[in-house]
Design a protein around this ligand. Sequence first.
Ligand SMILES: Cc1ncc(COP(=O)(O)O)c(C=O)c1O
Length: 397
Amino acid sequence: MSEEPAKTVYDELIASPRVLLGPGPSEANARVLKAMTTPMLGYLDAEFVQIMDDTVGLLRRVFGTENSLTLPVSGTGTAGMEAALTNVIEPGDSVVVGVKGYFGERIADIAARCGGVVTRVEAEWGTHIPAEKIAEAVTKVSTPKLVALVHGETSTGILQPLRDAVEIAHQNGALFLADCVTSLGGQPVEMDALGIDIAYSCTQKCLAGPPGLSPISFSERAVEVIRNRKTPIQSFYLDMTLLENYWHGEKRSYHHTVSMSLIYALREALRVVLEEGLDTRYERHEHNARALLAGAKAIGLQPAAEEGYRAPMLTTLRIPDGIDDTIIRQGLITDYGIEIGAGLGIFAGKAWRIGLMGESSNQRNVMLVLNALEKLLIASGHKVEQGTAVHAASQVY
Ligand SMILES: Cc1ncc(COP(=O)(O)O)c(C=O)c1O
C-alpha cells in the first residue's frame, strides 16, 4: 500500500466572516475591495500617475487643506507618525508631546528616537488635555520646535480639541502636529481652517479601506522647516523631499515601488467618503455612537472617557466588577463573529473599546453588538433584563 503523499500546500484561504467593531481595522467598503482587483500598472505609467494625482486631490479635500505636500506614505499609521517626526525633528530640538494614552506615548517615544528633547504634557487616561496645561508646558520651553497631540486617542476614546493648542504652538514659534489616525473621515480635521501644520492618518479606520497606507500632509511652514534642516533626514524610505519628487515633481522620479492595489483602494475609499459628504459622514458617526452609549449605559456599562470629549468612532466602556474580560470578548467572536477591542495599557482588563468606524458605523452593528454583549453578560451573572440595551438604543434611532 502506497503512503499518502505529504501535503505540500495549504487549503485555499477562507477567512471567517467578522463584524469588525474594534479599534481598527474596520470593515472595508465593497467598492474599495473591488478596486483592489484592478490590474497592476507600472509605477511611472502615465495612467498610474493620473491615479496618484486623483488620490492626492481627494485626500486634500478630506484633510481640509490646499497643502501641496500631501500624499499617502507606504505603511500603516505608525509610518505616518515616523514620517512626520523624522522629517521635522533634528537632534536637540525641543518637542512638546501631549500624552493622555498609548498613542501619545508612541509619539513621545519616536520623537526621542529622532533626537528630540521631549517635554510631556500629561493627562489621566480617559480625559483630555486642557489648553492651559499645554500653554504652561510650551511657554516653559525656550524654543519649542513642535507641539504634537493625538486627535482621537484610540486607547481611551478621547477626542482632543485642537484649536487652542494650534494657537499656543504658533504663538511660541512651534509647528503643530495632529495624529488623525482615528479621526480622519469620522470627525472634522480641517487642517487649513485650524492651522494644523502636519497631520497623518491611516486607511483602515474611518476611511474604510485596508491597512497599508498613511495619508499625510505638511503645511508650507512645515515644508520650510524640512528644507532648512542642517542634518540629513535619517530615513530614506520616509524622506518627504524624495517622496515629493515621486508624487509631485515635474519630472516624476522613482523612489520606491508603491503598492498600486492600495492606492487604487484609497482612491475609491476617498470617492466613497466624498460621495456621502463629509458632514453627513461625521453626523452618522455621532448618531451611531449616541445609540451605542445609550444601550450600553442602560445595561450598566459606564463610559471610560470624559463626557464632552468622547470620540464618536471609538467608545470605551468600563468592564463591570466580577465580569471576565476574556470570556466576553471570546464569546463575542465564537458565538457572534463580532470583534471588539481589549483595553490597552492601563485600561487592559478594565475597559472594552468598541469602534464604530467608517463602514462599520451603522445601526445594524450597534444593535448586533448590544444584543450580543447583553446576552453574554447575563450568562456571566450580570443582573439585567434581556432586551434592555437594544430598547434603549432604538430610542435614539
Ligand atoms: C491614534 C493612533 N495613532 C497611531 C496608530 C498607529 O497606527 P497603525 O497601527 O496603523 O500603525 C494608531 C493605531 O491604532 C492609532 O489609533
